[in-house]
Write a protein that binds this ligand. Structure first.
Ligand code: AMP
Ligand code: MG
Length: 400
C-alpha cells in the first residue's frame, strides 16, 4: 500500500512521459483547449493612439473654449490638423489626430453651434483619455503563452493577434470499461441482485469535463475471458488512458490485476492509504508503438469518482501545466468520524458562512451512496494524522 502523496507522484511521473501531440484548429474550435505555442502580437495593441472617451480632442493649452473644426468616429479617421483654438469631436476608440494630445469628455463640455466650452466646474489635464499605441502590448511581444487554456479572455487576445487558426495540444483519449456481473444497462429496471451501471457515465463525464476525449467501452461480466478480450481490444485502440471500474479489490472475482499482469501491464502500485478509493490499481502498458496508462478503479461509484478527482484529474492538469487543485479552508459544521490513519476525502457541501466558508458533511459517507454524492459540491480532505475532526474545526476542501 502506498501513501496518497507517493501514489500521485508515481502517476505524475508516468503521465509526463506521454508525448503531447499538437494540432491546428480554427480559433472558435479552440475553446477550452490548451495552447501549444507562444502567440506573439503582429501589431502594436492598440495599433494607434485612440480615444478612451466620447469627447473632443484638443491640443492642450489653458483655454476653455474652442472652435469645432470636424469630427472623427471610430474607423473613420481623417487627418485633421488642429491649432490650440480647435477641437475635433471624437468617439471612443477613434484614432487621435497627430496634432491633438488630450481628449476632454463630452460630460465636461457645453456645445453651442460651432463652439465648445468647458463647463464651469470642469477641469482637464494634458494627455487625458488617450490610450497610447502599444500601451497594452508591443508588436513582437508574447501575448499568450504556451499552455494557456483558451477561454473568453484568452481567445480575445488571440483574435487581436490575428490568429485565425491556433496550435493546440491534442486531447487525451481515455477509454472507460466497467466490469461486474451485477451490472445492467440504464434502460433496464433492476430486478433481484442487479444494478444499473453508472460508472461509465460518471467517468465519461469526468473526462469530458476536463476537456479530453472519453470513449465508452460499456460494461462486461466478471468473466475472465471476456474481460481479457475487452482489455486486449482496448490496448489496440488509439488511446493514452484506460480506466476500468470494478474487480480490483480482494474478492473472489476481482481478477483485473491478474489480467493486467498477464497482458503485459507493468504494475506501479495497488492500493492507496485513502478512503474511499483504497483499492486503486495503477500500471503502464507499453509496446513499441504506444504507452497507455492503466487505472483500475474500484467499482463503488463514490470511490471511482473520488479516485478520478484526486489522482487522474490532478495528473492530467500536471501534464498540461494547468493550475493544481485550489483548496478552500472551511469551518466544519458537524463532527466527522475518522478513526484511522488513512487520508479521507469526505463528501461535503461548502457555502459562504458569515465571512468564512462553511462546510457541512451531513451526507452519507458510504462509498455506495452515489445520490448523496451527487448533492455534494466538494471533497473535504482529512489528512492521515487528523482524527475525528469536530464541529468548528477548519478543514481543507476543494470543489468537485
Ligand atoms: P467491485 O469494486 O467490483 O467490488 O464493485 C464494488 C461495488 O461497486 C459493486 O458491488 C457495485 O455495487 C458497485 N459497482 C461496480 N461497478 C459499477 C458500475 N459500473 N456502476 C455502478 N456501480 C458499480
Ligand atoms: Mg465487481
Amino acid at each position: 500500500m502506498v501513501s496518497y502523496k507517493d501514489a500521485l507522484e508515481i502517476i505524475k511521473n508516468e503521465i509526463q512521459k506521454l508525448t503531447l501531440h499538437q494540432e491546428e484548429v480554427d480559433l472558435l474550435d479552440s475553446i477550452n483547449r490548451i495552447l501549444a505555442e507562444d502567440v506573439t502580437a503582429d501589431t502594436d495593441m492598440p495599433p494607434f493612439n485612440n480615444s478612451a472617451m466620447d469627447g473632443y480632442a484638443v491640443k492642450f493649452s489653458e483655454r476653455k473654449k474652442w472652435n469645432i473644426i470636424g469630427e472623427i468616429s471610430a474607423g473613420n479617421y481623417s487627418s485633421i490638423t488642429l491649432t490650440k483654438s480647435d477641437a475635433v469631436l471624437i468617439t471612443t476608440g477613434s484614432k487621435i489626430p497627430a496634432s491633438a494630445d488630450t481628449v476632454i469628455p463630452i460630460e465636461d463640455l457645453d456645445v453651442e453651434g460651432k463652439t465648445v466650452s468647458l463647463k464651469p466646474a470642469a477641469k482637464y489635464k494634458k494627455g487625458i483619455n488617450i490610450r497610447e499605441k502599444g500601451s497594452d502590448l508591443h508588436s513582437g511581444q508574447i501575448a499568450v503563452n504556451q499552455f494557456t487554456k483558451i477561454g473568453p479572455k484568452v481567445i480575445a487576445a488571440l483574435a487581436s493577434c490575428g490568429k485565425e487558426r491556433v496550435k493546440v495540444y491534442q486531447k487525451l483519449k481515455a477509454a472507460i470499461l466497467s466490469t461486474g456481473d451485477e451490472l445492467i444497462p440504464v434502460i433496464q429496471k433492476p430486478s433481484e441482485d442487479k444494478i444499473r451501471s453508472s460508472n461509465n457515465y460518471s467517468l465519461y463525464a469526468a473526462i469530458a469535463e476536463v476537456d479530453h476525449s472519453p470513449i465508452n467501452l460499456g460494461f462486461v461480466k466478471d468473466d475472465k475471458n471476456i474481460v481479457r478480450q475487452k482489455i486486449k481490444d482496448a490496448f489496440e485502440m488509439d488511446i493514452e488512458i484506460l480506466i476500468t471500474s470494478g474487480g480490483v479489490s480482494v474478492g473472489k472475482y476481482d481478477f483485473l490485476k491478474e489480467l493486467f499482469k498477464e497482458l503485459g501491464v507493468k504494475e506501479k502500485f495497488w492500493r492507496v492509504n485513502i478512503k474511499p478509493g483504497k483499492p486503486l490499481y495503477f500500471g503502464v502498458y507499453e509496446n513499441k508503438k504506444k504507452k497507455i496508462l492503466v487505472f483500475g478503479l474500484p467499482g463503488n461509484p463514490v470511490s471511482s469518482l473520488v479516485n478520478f478527482n484526486v489522482f487522474i484529474k490532478p495528473a492530467i492538469d500536471y501534464l498540461y501545466h494547468q493550475t493544481p487543485i485550489i483548496f478552500l479552508t472551511a469551518v466544519l459544521q458537524e463532527d466527522l468520524k475518522k478513526r484511522d490513519n488513512k487520508r479521507h476525502f469526505s463528501r461535503g457541501f461548502i457555502f459562504k458562512g458569515s465571512g468564512e466558508w462553511s462546510v457541512t458533511s451531513k451526507y452519507s459517507q458510504s462509498s455506495g451512496s452515489l445520490v448523496e454524492m451527487s448533492r455534494a459540491n466538494c471533497l473535504i480532505v482529512l489528512e492521515e494524522e487528523k482524527l475525528n475532526p469536530v464541529k468548528g474545526e477548519r478543514v481543507k476542501c476543494f470543489l468537485i
